[in-house]
Design a protein around this ligand. Structure first.
Ligand code: NAD
Length: 445
């Protein structure tokens, strides 16, 4: 079991800090403390819980800049994107909290009262690509439902998690929100401990492991897993708009985004023009560290992930792809903006989540082929179609939790962030999403 969690600057590999990893004994103690904290917290009124959370988040507002800088240094995204994530987390926290409380108020249906009560202790296990946002989306509803929370952030981003936690916890009752550090081993111990619900955001493989370990004690699960999002570009699409979206969505967060566009199916009659537009736009992207002017593709989180992306590109080339931009000779820490054409179904880049700044294009002659290939995946997070009026009919046939027609996926406000198929079950956002962290009770008085 690791003793320390070391944090490295992904743009140069330098060690930037470390935190002690939580031992198995300390995880057990953390769970005991969480149970004690939950007993008092669940007895408070919803309004009381709401004001406590809102005050804790308001007190963090002055730290936005420092947190954003730390997030950039540790995770690699540029300062504009980090600032937006930190602001969304801290300034958006009170907004999410008030929506959660509205969803948890008791209501009466046909003479029965529905009450939303605490479950006990919630474990929130989060990834590194949006290290604050992904955790926060689950921590807030879990707390407001009256649970105490044990948060296990990714071992890639322990410092930003610790810094955020240190600020927020000062406004909360002792033991209500606790942090444990470590890798998959600490995660597994937490999953198997005496907790009541697990809110997990991360990869499909980890999701399966968590589900199997949670089964014997029937723990509740909220699973937000990976994606391999398709995009279909129909012959009557606005080619410039589709190309702009394709590049932006493939390159966002250096491609390390669950809803990034991973594979594109374009009508063969417009394919030349689309590919050209994509290459022109993609060539304008710049790789570099978080504090370099004009950078819009940061480093890849670690060498394992860097090697995997290069392997996917190599495999595609060996199996007949045309490389329209970029090459396999990428600098250490970065992947240059890459565009691949003639992707086929036997390529890893089509079958797996690549999680890198690569636009992958394939031509189709029949829209039904494009729909079949889009759906030929265990994933089903997002899917996008660009085209004229028929785009809506195509959208109806796509197997995904979030669909975009001539735009990206995911709504603003309090709508679900939701996957279909093996991209997960359970979700965050929306009254239904918030209520997953509560036990509904039907009371007839
Ligand atoms: P990961 O699954 O490797 O790790 C996620 C978290 O789980 C980390 O904290 C890790 O330490 C922990 N963990 C690892 N093994 C564990 C185990 N056996 N038991 C318990 N915990 C364990 O994922 P990652 O590389 O950090 O994140 C990238 C993945 O997350 C991608 O697949 C991405 O698509 C997905 N993701 C999904 C969403 C969504 O909303 N659906 C959002 C962001 C990221």
């Amino acid at each position: 079991m690791i003793q320390k969690v070391k944090s490295y600057d992904p743009s140069n590999g330098d060690l930037i800090g470390e935190v002690p990893a939580t031992s198995a004994e300390d995880i057990e103690l953390t769970v005991l403390k969480a149970k004690t904290a939950a007993k008092h917290w669940r007895g408070l009124s919803l309004n009381n819980r709401l004001s406590t959370i809102q005050n804790a988040y308001s007190a963090a507002e002055k730290s936005v800049h420092n947190l954003a800088e730390l997030l950039s240094k540790e995770m690699g995204k540029d300062i504009r994107r980090s600032t937006s994530e930190v602001q969304g987390t801290i300034l958006g926290g009170p907004y999410i909290a008030s929506n959660v409380v509205a969803a948890l108020r008791s209501k009466t249906i046909d003479g029965s009262t529905l009450e939303y009560k605490a479950l006990g202790v919630a474990a929130i296990i989060s990834p590194w690509n949006y290290p604050l946002a992904m955790a926060n989306n689950l921590i807030i509803p879990a707390l407001l439902a009256g649970n105490s929370v044990i948060w296990k952030p990714s071992e890639e981003t322990p410092l930003i998690a610790q810094a955020f936690f240190d600020i927020i916890k000062t406004g909360l009752p002792t033991g209500l929100l606790q942090l444990i550090h470590g890798d998959g081993e600490q995660g597994r111990i937490l999953v198997e401990s005496d907790i009541n619900i697990i809110g997990f955001t991360g990869s499909q493989a980890t999701g399966k492991d968590i589900m199997s370990r949670a089964a014997s004690s029937l723990k509740r699960l909220v699973m937000e897993l990976g994606g391999n999002d398709p995009m279909i570009v129909m012959k009557d699409a606005n080619i410039e708009a589709a190309a702009r979206f394709a590049v932006a969505s493939s390159f966002e967060n250096a491609g390390q985004m669950c809803i990034s566009t991973e594979r594109i199916y374009v009508d063969e009659t417009i394919a030349d023009e689309f590919e050209q537009a994509v290459v022109t736009i993609a060539a304008q992207y710049t790789i570099g560290p978080w504090n370099m002017d004009g950078v819009n593709i940061g480093p890849i989180i670690n060498s394992r992930q860097h090697a995997k992306i290069i392997e996917h590109i190599r495999d595609a080339i060996e199996k007949g792809s045309r490389l329209l931009l970029g090459n396999t000779d990428n600098p250490k820490f970065y992947i240059k903006p890459t565009v691949i054409a003639d992707m086929t179904s036997d390529m890893r880049i089509e079958q797996e989540e690549t999680f890198g700044p690569v636009v992958c294009i394939s031509r189709y002659s029949d829209i039904n082929q494009a729909i079949a290939r889009s759906n030929n995946s265990s994933y089903g997070l997002g899917a996008v179609v660009f085209g004229g009026i028929d785009a809506h009919t195509v959208a109806d046939q796509l197997e995904a939790g979030m669909i975009g027609v001539n735009q990206g996926v995911g709504g603003s406000g309090d709508v679900p962030w939701v996957g279909a198929k093996h991209s997960g079950f359970g979700f965050h956002g929306s009254p239904e999403g918030h209520r997953q962290f509560a036990q509904v009770r039907v009371v007839n008085r």
